[in-house]
Design a protein around this ligand. Sequence first.
Ligand code: G3I
Length: 343
Amino acid sequence: TSLKNAYRKDFLIGTALSLDQINTTNPLATQVISREFNSITAENIMKSMYVQPTKGNYFFDTTDKFVALGKKYKMFIHGHTLIWHSQLAPWVKEIKDSVEMKAFMKNHINTVVSRYKGKIDSWDVVNEALEEDGTLRKSVFFNTIGKDYLVHAYKLAAGIDPKTDLYYNDYSLCEPIKRKGAVELVKYLQKSGAKIDGVGEQGHWTLNSPSLEQIEQTILDFSALGVKVAFSELDITVLPNPWDLQGADVNQNFENSEKMNPYPTALPESVQNQLAKRYEDIFKLFLKHKDKISRVTFWGVNDGQTWLNDWPIKGRTNYPLLFDRQFKPKKAYKTIISLKTEK
Ligand code: G3I
């Protein structure tokens, strides 16, 4: 069987695709992507700095290719992302007043959403609008338009493609204070008459945090608002964070540091097992709440390609996904499948 088949009655199983993977000529990559996943998200190429790098100049070559790939394999296609302060086209960062910012939002959302109307099944309309303390981030959108930019974005998107699902996407939503901010954000959109269909919880997690209780609470809190819950960018780092090591300096050059890159050639079996157990626990929880969960997307296909090899410091050898660098399924893959196939 495959991931997508094992979970076909529960929720979609997605993956993020890098530009290399969209363009890949490696038959193994294509095989794994098409066999295992029934949903795709573009890891980078749909962000505004790539789609509209300078005012009015849109680039759709690679995004068209991405959408065509999803259609070819009859996949659910998720759009990421329309309004985000990061990987934002530099010219937009310079905008100083609300009239010009609203014009950008209207033009960008109209152009991108209408190009893929009826093809992109759901969108991250706004990404990461919250600070860690749950207040609204003082992004260039907030600073020019105010809180209302949120309503503006969702109304624009719904006006163009009323059938595509509109999500709010963010990280660290298991932290109670940030989760509270996200709940308020969704309520505010609902009260303002904007269409909001779901919350995407990114899920960039570690072997022991957040706790299963915290994850469960987010599912309950968001679904209580009447919206779908997606786990939109799941990966589990197995490496230490520099700030967790006493005395470590985040800006230090860690390239040759054993502490920061403890498994340069292979993941020890004990950690492989821990990773599998962590994924097992998480997927058991997802299955318990499958009626509330629309989609679970991994942030990448295999360990060779994950952004976590370069974050928060460059040049590490991380192992956060279900397939290894040779596209071989890891123990975590088998564990997740066996939850559905073994009695
Ligand atoms: O394309 C350039 C390349 O030309 C250049 O040589 C190279 C040098 O560093 O950089 C390349 O761009 C990189 C880009 O990914 C494409 O590979 C950027 O440096 C790098 O910063 C960028 O990282 C992406 C990151 O978002 C940026 O914030 C990661 O791939 C991507 O996985 C990550 O995804 C985000 C989600 O969109 C939102 N949620 C968090 C998640 C993880 O950070």
